[in-house]
Design a protein around this ligand. Structure first.
Ligand SMILES: Cc1ncc(C[n+]2csc(CCOP(=O)(O)OP(=O)(O)O)c2C)c(N)n1
Ligand SMILES: [Mg+2]
Length: 361
């Protein structure tokens, strides 16, 4: 009667890997065609971003940053996928995906202003194809389908790429978004970073699906599960998904198996209450930086000295950016209202007058 097809489908979704935990190539055939300089650049970005994460956490603790969702552990998932994209591609990030938009071109001080809840943090350079990080879980999936449809209708050689988490893939918006992306055969890439938890809820408690990648089947689109701690594998699948999209072959759902070492956000959750030290250790052994360092080391492409230079540069730039963010003018309600509309509706006109009077005191 065909009732056992689920098992067959699940078998199709094996984790794709190129570089194992020891930094050895285990899948020569699929190894991406990256030059030595490109390999080093990807390593540089991961090291820089790990430092940015550490500094952001301490700046948050000092009260100099506001909202912050830690990223350590997810560097391959975030940066190797982004490394496969081009400037003309549109990014629709979630709140944890600030590194990707920084590497797409968002000035660091703007990222800090976003964290501080300052409106200048969401005023983006015109030529930068990004949307602000989405806080509503899953909402960016539908928007990505829409942006991709727009790209298709305008005949642009670009893709829309969105990121969400395992939790995000349980939202209605997720299914609606991938469904319509499939219907309209749009150039979209949906990246689900499965870090195994939605705040404290383990993935097993929010979906009965064995993989998130297999959710693509119901939408009639391609899906693949990849080792999200393996920079080469993440790069290769994203690159391929982009090529497919540009060839008119439609959207791809990529599930990256990854882990966040830190808390969900800096707002006070305590991971020790929902994760064991054992699991943390198990994932830290898979670390993308350690793995890539070993790989590049074996090719004589990376040294401690080079790493130190990147760390020092990151520290310097972070310091300058936070100083610049601190100098941003105090936010005014009149500006906030003013930015939103070319012509104010009646109720806001009244509020504008009220706040003009207050601010002039
Ligand atoms: C629609 C909606 N519901 C609930 C929340 C509260 N919330 C914020 S983050 C989060 C967990 C999301 O987990 P996941 O998608 O796995 O992403 P991760 O934080 O692990 O990167 C929840 C439930 C929200 N922001 N939006
Ligand atoms: Mg998650």
């Amino acid at each position: 009667m065909g009732f056992h097809s689920l098992e067959n489908i699940e078998k199709e979704f094996q984790t794709f890997q190129i570089l194992n935990e020891q930094g050895e190539i285990v899948n020569e055939e699929e190894k991406p065609d990256l030059s030595d300089d490109e390999l080093k650049e990807l390593m540089r970005r991961m090291v820089y971003t790990r430092m940015l994460d550490q500094r952001s956490i301490s700046l948050n603790r000092q009260g100099r940053l506001g909202f912050y969702a830690p990223t350590a552990g997810q560097e391959a998932s975030q940066l190797a996928s982004h490394f496969a994209l081009e400037k003309e591609d549109f990014l629709l990030p979630g709140y944890r995906d600030v590194p990707q938009i920084i590497w797409h071109g968002l000035p660091l001080h703007k990222a800090f202003l976003f964290s501080k809840g300052h409106y200048e943090g969401n005023q983006l350079p015109e030529d930068l194809n990004i949307l602000p990080p989405q806080i509503i879980i899953g909402a960016q999936i539908i928007q990505a389908a829409g942006v991709a449809l727009g790209l298709k209708m305008r005949d642009k050689k670009a893709v829309a790429v969105t990121y969400t988490g395992d939790g995000g893939s349980s939202q209605g918006d997720f299914y609606e978004g991938i469904n319509f992306a499939g219907v309209y055969n749009v150039p979209a890439i949906f990246i689900v970073q499965n870090n195994r938890f939605a705040i404290s809820v383990p993935v097993e408690l929010q979906t009965n699906a064995k993989t998130i990648a297999q959710k693509a089947v119901a939408a009639g689109i391609e899906g693949i599960q990849v080792d999200g701690m393996d920079p080469l594998a993440v790069y290769a699948v994203t690159k391929k998904a982009r090529e497919r999209a540009l060839n008119g072959e439609g959207p791809t759902l990529i599930e990256t198996l990854t882990y966040r070492y830190g808390p969900h956000t800096m707002a006070g959750d305590d991971p020790t209450r929902y994760r064991t030290e054992e699991t943390d250790n198990e994932w830290e052994k898979k670390d993308p930086l350690v793995r890539f360092r070993k790989y590049l080391g074996s090719k004589n492409l990376w040294s401690d000295e080079e790493e130190e230079i990147v760390i020092e540069q990151a520290k310097k730039e972070i310091k300058e950016a936070i100083q610049l963010a601190d100098k941003a003018p105090k936010q005014k309600v009149t500006d906030l209202i003013g930015f939103m509309f070319e012509k104010l509706p009646k109720n806001l006109e009244e509020q504008m007058e009220e706040y003009k009077a207050k601010e002039s005191k």
